[in-house]
Design a protein around this ligand. Sequence first.
Ligand SMILES: [Zn+2]
Ligand SMILES: [Zn+2]
Length: 137
Amino acid sequence: MALKKPASVEECIYFTNRSIGSGMAMAWVFRKECPKCGKDVLRKPSTKSGKPDKKSPTYVCKSCRYVENNEKVENDLVINIEYKCPHCGNEGEATSEYKRKSFEGVPSYVFKCQKCHKKIGLTKKLKEKKKKGKEED
Ligand SMILES: [Zn+2]
Ligand SMILES: [Zn+2]
């Protein structure tokens, strides 16, 4: 199994690359292809200032104007992960649902190491987000 990697972060709705203890993980979620025209991807609509409206309850296709609500889009997305396990050092790939679950009390995308089957969490990075001054996801 080889995961398809994004050519640029622009193709992704979520992208992160981080160390986890003695391991690391790179994770990405591709934007959903428009189910109506298949020519474009679904994105958050733009605000008046031209920036994506992250609070919008819907995603739109800029080519055909198809609209789908957030829940439906996000239920169809998968998170792709390339990792080095912080528990056993195994290097592998995994996919998981694009849904945050509570992991050690922190909302995280959770996946399992294929070798030692321990859970690994991609926690929401609150501190770094503040430092960089931009929303990571
Ligand atoms: Zn479309
Ligand atoms: Zn492991």
